[in-house]
Design a protein around this ligand. Structure first.
Ligand SMILES: NC(=O)c1ccc[n+]([C@@H]2O[C@H](COP(=O)([O-])OP(=O)(O)OC[C@H]3O[C@@H](n4cnc5c(N)ncnc54)[C@H](OP(=O)(O)O)[C@@H]3O)[C@@H](O)[C@H]2O)c1
Length: 340
């Protein structure tokens, strides 16, 4: 089998493919022959040496795969070799074969492709928890999805559309046409417009009830100014620490981190506002909850109420191009690698 290694922090050329022996499943593990691997922004940050949760380099990262069960440990109940599945992997997903605890493995609806399935775990779990667990989005509310054209962003758009809410999304202008088709009511080009002014314009000065923010730093400060009474912000990333380049810039990262606002409970009380933080990677100890979120998402997909999809696919060998594509902000939605 093959694995993609990050040898050391750096540009995309530190990604390297190597052969390795097939892993043997532990007693409660399922071995998956991988057909598609989801790429996440966190993988780019890990490659740049900017992701605190990443394993120490050299490492094989990767949070999610879709494929076929090819073997199971003796304690796995109901193992079906050949079953089509999608799984959360706690790293190691950039590989053509992985072993995963069975609680992290979900059967796929028969109509869903492996590539589309690989778009589910990180993006949809994050968006679902942000929007419905913390965010409690209700009919009639207005939601602002920052970075709506990204993987989590598009998942959030689809999940928001389960309610009768008004969806506002920020993204580069090139993504606006497809975002409108997917149900975003108002697209804002954050590169040419001031987002606070634009939100005030489209909401008639009323603000928004929920904001999903993966940008961090100064963006969170601006978010707070856009909240309607009883408004909530769910912060779940710090994309702004990554600049236009593909290498780590410590001064830039520090600048963004230092501009993260501090929210006082007294001010939150008096403003009737809520600010919450979400990190899926810190929920591994609550795997039962993640499991129930996964089951709910796959149910919604099987009912046709959401339609997870891979925006762009690259062959496994073209992982460098895939990372570069995301750095260049060319992706709309999820980017996946496909393996034979
Ligand atoms: N806390 C959690 O549990 C959790 C889970 C998943 C993801 N996240 C975070 O959510 C964010 C989105 O993740 P994702 O995997 O869905 O990625 P993604 O949104 O698909 O990432 C690429 C897109 O992000 C936008 N972007 C903003 N700043 C960027 C930068 N500095 N460099 C390149 N692109 C930038 C670009 O879209 P535009 O050109 O349209 O702006 C780009 O196309 C990341 O910050 C990630 O770390 C957090």
């Amino acid at each position: 089998m093959r694995q993609i290694w990050i040898r050391k922090p750096g540009d995309v050329d530190v990604l390297d493919i190597a052969e390795a022996p097939a892993p043997e499943p532990g007693p409660s593990e399922v071995r998956i022959s991988v057909k598609a691997v989801g790429i996440n922004f966190a993988d780019l940050m890990a490659r740049m040496g900017m992701y605190a949760d990443a394993p120490k380099l050299p490492a094989v990262v990767g949070y999610e795969v879709a494929g076929v069960v090819d073997s199971c440990g003796p304690q796995v109940e109901g193992c079906v070799e050949g079953e089509r599945v999608v799984a959360l992997t706690r790293f190691g997903g950039y590989a053509t074969q992985v072993c995963v605890p069975d609680i992290q493995v979900f059967p796929l609806p028969s109509t869903m492709s492996f590539s589309d399935a690989a778009a589910i775990p990180v993006n949809y779990f994050t968006a679902y928890l942000a929007m419905y667990h913390f965010g409690n989005l209700q009919d009639g509310e207005r939601v602002l999805i920052q970075n709506a054209g990204g993987g989590v962003g598009l998942a959030a758009v689809q999940l928001a559309r389960l309610t009768e809410s008004t969806v506002i999304g920020t993204a580069s202008a090139a993504k606006h046409a497809s975002l409108s088709e997917m149900g975003v009511d108002h697209c804002i080009d954050y590169r040419s417009e001031d987002v606070v002014d634009a939100v005030s314009r489209v909401t008639g000065g009323g603000g928004v009830h929920l904001i999903l923010d993966p940008l961090g730093g100064p963006s969170l400060k601006a978010d707070y100014r856009m909240l309607a009474p009883l408004g909530r912000i769910v912060a779940y990333g710090a994309s702004k620490v990554v600049g236009a380049g593909r290498r780590r810039s410590i001064p830039r990262a520090l600048g963004v981190l230092l501009r993260m606002p501090r929210f006082s409970p007294l001010a939150l009380m008096n403003d009737n506002a809520g600010v919450m933080g979400l990190n899926l990677g810190h929920l591994w100890d609550d795997i039962e909850r993640l499991r129930s979120v996964g089951e709910r998402i796959l149910e919604l997909a099987a009912e046709g109420r959401i339609a997870p999809r891979a925006g762009q696919s690259f062959p496994f060998e073209e992982v460098r191009e895939a990372h570069r594509f995301i750095h260049d902000r060319k992706n709309t939605g999820k980017v996946v690698l496909t393996a034979e």
